[in-house]
Design a protein around this ligand. Structure first.
Ligand SMILES: *[C@@H]1O[C@H](CO)[C@@H](O)[C@H](O)[C@H]1NC(C)=O
Ligand SMILES: *[C@@H]1O[C@H](CO)[C@@H](O)[C@H](O)[C@H]1NC(C)=O
Ligand SMILES: *[C@@H]1O[C@H](CO)[C@@H](O)[C@H](O)[C@H]1NC(C)=O
Ligand SMILES: *[C@@H]1O[C@H](CO)[C@@H](O)[C@H](O)[C@H]1NC(C)=O
Length: 457
């Protein structure tokens, strides 16, 4: 399913130019291709590695992104093993007029600021790169399409027609690091929660830099309790009506404006009423009016175009025990990839994930026998390439490509399909058996005396 979506999303991405950037020595995160080219020098050169058909899809195939076997391709391996790598889109051609264009290994001369290693297709490009790139020190490699780099001033600039190309001077980015003080908290706002909270306050408007969007209608708090080695689970659904949220501008929705990197969402929820959690039909715990459920999600996008939840921090949450159940609290608990891998929060760049209810993410608490889990209810998450068609009216949109976390076949439908197949199998077996019933060739043994029936009149 995800592979399919990745393949489809590649068709959508070809309006702009794809590029894979990699370097061993230089940090390149967040630096655009144009900036890299304009600041290139002979000491810190840029090496374009191009072929006419390059797309991220071609790269993913070469990198064996969809199979478990490691890549054998030289370029794909170099990217994977490099210290810094990321992928970028850029909407229009990069000017590199003084570049040294190399189509065979003997044309290489040291001392240029920008090199273009131009192959006919992937294989010749890869061979050229293998022969030359090790000779160029301290470089940044950029694998992209031949068309994406113009080394002839007179060529007509080709402009992509994607929405990414929106002639945007989106104003201040709101991404500057914050001091972290809580005085500037905006809100409280009523749910559904939207991060960034567009249309809640005039100060927060969609901009080109804010490429992600997060939506949430409620949470379920799940409490795992260990009694004599038996795990029991109780849970409380907290609807949006019983919650409010706050927002710290510049800290609570931090997204890199590209496909590789971190997307951080912080949900600062506060309860506005007591909510009771139950184990089967007995009350097990309460969440109290005024308590907070303060959760940060750390979503990370990789160079192959997937994004997934890689970590989470529960800044604060508290349950009060009922009856024989004990209470517990959590403060600043961080969990890593192993704890969140089954939450099912992952998709493909450019797509949004829609989920009726995610799996809970569990955090250790003050009590060793109790874990508190948070599940997101009716949520939609997109990390990259949110649409801002009418940005001046404070409306950011999820893209139309969405992936549902439930998948096409639920366990229930699989049960139906499998039992139907078994029944059809039985029916076919019976039918074939009936088909093969024939009358016998002879009713009696020829060697025996014929049966004579005398009829006397
Ligand atoms: C974010 O990315 C889009 C599309 O690549 C681009 O148009 C926009 O200028 C970028 N914004 C910033 C602040 O880098
Ligand atoms: C809590 O949510 C329930 C269900 O939506 C609603 O009926 C109730 O009024 C809410 N309580 C408060 C105090 O808002
Ligand atoms: C997010 O997760 C990544 C990958 O596990 C990690 O390297 C990074 O430090 C985390 N960032 C934050 C802010 O926790
Ligand atoms: C913004 O909110 C107001 C009411 O709060 C609503 O009428 C309007 O449609 C909203 N605008 C957008 C673009 O969602």
């Amino acid at each position: 399913m995800r592979v399919l979506i990745a393949v489809f999303s590649l068709f959508i991405a070809v309006h702009a130019y794809d590029a894979v950037l990699f370097s061993n020595q230089r940090e390149i995160a967040g630096v655009s291709v144009e900036q890299l080219v304009s600041s290139a020098t002979a000491e810190e050169p840029i090496v374009f590695i191009v072929n006419p058909d390059f797309t991220l899809g071609q790269f993913s195939v070469r990198a064996n992104a969809y199979s478990a076997e490691p890549a054998t391709d030289y370029l794909a391996k170099s990217v994977k093993n490099s210290n810094f790598h990321e992928s970028q889109y850029f909407p229009s051609q990069v000017e590199a007029t003084s570049a040294q264009v190399i189509t065979s290994a003997d044309q290489y001369k040291a001392g240029s600021a920008v090199y273009v290693l131009a192959g006919e297709e992937w294989v010749s490009m890869e061979q050229l790169a293998e022969q030359i790139i090790s000779k160029i020190d301290n470089s940044v490699g950029i694998i992209t399409a031949t068309d994406a780099v113009s080394h002839d001033k007179n060529r007509v600039k080709r402009v992509a027609t994607d929405e990414m190309d929106d002639a945007g001077t989106g104003g201040s980015t709101g991404l500057t690091a914050s001091t972290g003080s809580n005085e500037n908290l905006l809100g409280p706002y009523a749910l559904p929660l939207v991060l960034p909270p567009y249309n809640k306050t005039d100060s927060i408007k969609p901009s080109d830099a804010q490429s992600c969007l997060f939506y949430l209608e409620g949470v379920t708090v799940v409490v795992q309790q260990k009694n004599d080695k038996v795990l029991t689970y109780s849970n409380a659904y907290v609807p949006g009506n019983n919650l409010t949220y706050k927002y710290l501008d510049g800290a609570d929705a931090l997204c890199v404006n590209t496909t590789v990197g971190e997307y951080i969402f912080r949900l600062r929820l506060t309860l506005t009423t007591d909510v009771v959690g139950k184990h089967q039909n007995t009350e097990a715990f309460t969440l109290n009016n005024g308590d907070s459920i303060d959760l940060t999600l750390n979503i990370t996008g990789d160079v192959f175009g997937y994004w997934s939840l890689k970590g989470a921090t529960l800044h604060s949450a508290k349950i009060t025990g009922k009856g024989t159940n004990k209470g517990a609290s959590v403060s600043e608990q961080k969990v890593g990839p192993a704890a969140v891998q089954y939450a099912g929060i992952n998709s493909v760049q450019g797509w949004s994930l829609v989920c009726g209810q995610t799996q809970a993410i569990f955090f250790p608490t003050s009590d060793d026998n109790i874990k508190i889990g948070i599940a997101l209810v009716n949520t939609q998450i997109q990390t990259f390439n949110v649409r801002n068609p009418d940005k001046w009216r404070a409306a950011a949109h999820f893209t139309l490509q969405t992936e549902d976390c439930t998948g096409t076949f639920s366990p229930g439908s699989w049960m139906g399909i499998v039992s139907a197949l078994v029944l059809i199998g039985g029916l076919l077996f019976g039918y074939v058996m009936l088909q093969s019933v024939q009358t016998m060739d002879r009713f009696d043994d020829p060697k025996q005396k014929q049966i004579v029936i005398n009829v006397r009149e």
